[in-house]
Design a protein around this ligand. Structure first.
Ligand SMILES: NC(=O)c1ccc[n+]([C@@H]2O[C@H](COP(=O)([O-])OP(=O)(O)OC[C@H]3O[C@@H](n4cnc5c(N)ncnc54)[C@H](OP(=O)(O)O)[C@@H]3O)[C@@H](O)[C@H]2O)c1
Length: 338
């Protein structure tokens, strides 16, 4: 049962198919202590995860600093091919295209290089910029220049919508697209993945467990802490609504979860099925579940092994249930927006 690795052409480096999402070890998910954060990173490493996804704004540098410290611990033990992706562009007003000056872009990248302790960052993703930025050549010229200067090895985009992904795919130096893709978000399957695959652009599937809904552990009585976005961003009060439960209304999400669990009938857990299902979609490079404990990270990483024939048969049945559930409960709400 070992982790699989994929090497998308435009990155030219292997990534573990389960990457560790590192938002939780920054902020916005209730209290995650430094010890729990380190436990998440250590459990992921032990399970063969080499790909970590962070951002400069997660805890205003806390997540990057923890990942940077992990990188140093790993380097002290000898060479190991880690792939550390970060994101830039939300430190100034993230809704204002005027924030995207060369000066700001360079300053953000410098800060990430310092936080992560790397001369050349593996991957910098624009962090859900305003729609106008996707057509702004100036911004991408700066990213290209930073690659030439070896401050980054590659750049990508983290997008909200399929349309933004398609516009980005017109740029020949685009290396990766991070997009919400999970059993509640099917639109990228037809709209984005085929072109990305054809062009060798990495697809990084974020929010793979719909902020935890797809673990099946929530009920109508579940309460979230005040500093947890699942409480304060349900209607997009702080950032795009789609980042919280994938934009699915909580009660509808619980009904969809019940259907998917019924289809699985105990043959596989819902989080494992969700992660394995994502990894089985053609064109997907990796899924990046977040975790608030080492146990969660360990169990998510276990879904990165190649499926056995029995598991493949379960996943085929699950795929049918995913599509039926999407059509009946989710499409009307989700498809027009994301
Ligand atoms: N705009 C962007 O670019 C953007 C936006 C969102 C996310 N991301 C990236 O994508 C990553 C993943 O997305 P996400 O963290 O928002 O959502 P997610 O991975 O769908 O959900 C993470 C949450 O699910 C629960 N969970 C995870 N594994 C579990 C397990 N094995 N058993 C039980 N519960 C489990 C935990 O909830 P509890 O904490 O309640 O236990 C965890 O905090 C982030 O960490 C971040 O790196 C990027």
């Amino acid at each position: 049962m070992s982790m699989q690795y994929r090497t998308p052409q435009r990155l030219g480096r292997p990534l573990s198919v389960i990457g560790q999402g590192c938002w939780q070890i920054g902020a916005d998910w209730g209290e995650v202590s430094d010890d729990s954060a380190r436990a998440v990173l250590d459990a992921a490493l032990e399970a063969g995860v080499t790909f970590f996804d962070t951002a400069d704004v997660y805890g205003d540098g806390r997540s990057e600093n923890l990942v940077g410290a992990m990188r140093e611990r790993v380097a002290a033990d000898g060479p190991r091919p880690l792939f550390l992706a970060t994101k830039a562009s939300r430190r100034a007003d993230p809704f204002a295209p005027e924030s995207f000056t060369e000066e700001n872009l360079r300053a953000w990248v410098e800060r990430s290089r310092a936080n992560l302790g790397m001369d050349t960052l593996d991957l910098v993703q624009l962090h859900c910029p305003p729609p106008a930025i996707y057509r702004d050549d100036r911004v991408f010229d700066v990213l290209d220049a930073l690659v030439e200067e070896k401050k980054l090895a590659a750049w990508g985009v983290s997008v909200e919508t399929c349309e933004e992904a398609l516009i980005s795919l017109e740029r020949e130096h685009l290396a990766s697209i991070q997009i919400i893709l999970n059993p509640f978000r099917l639109k990228p399957l037809d709209e984005v993945l085929p072109t990305a695959q054809e062009q060798g652009v990495a697809i990084i599937a974020r929010v793979p467990l719909a902020s935890g809904l797809l673990t099946g552990k929530f009920s109508p009585d579940t309460r979230f802490a005040e500093n947890d976005h699942r409480r304060f961003n349900r209607h997009g009060e702080a950032f795009d609504q789609g980042e919280t439960f994938s934009g699915v209304d909580f009660a509808t999400g619980l009904s969809a979860v019940a259907r998917l669990e019924q289809a699985l009938d105990g043959a596989m857990t819902l989080p494992e099925a969700s992660l394995r299902w994502i990894l089985g979609r053609p064109g997907v490079t990796a899924a990046i579940p977040g975790a608030s404990s080492g146990d969660q990270a360990r169990s998510n990483a276990a879904a990165g092994s190649a499926p056995t024939p029995e598991q493949a048969a379960i996943l085929e049945r699950f795929d049918r249930a995913v599509h039926e559930t999407y059509e009946e409960l989710l499409r009307a709400e989700i498809h027009p927006r994301w």
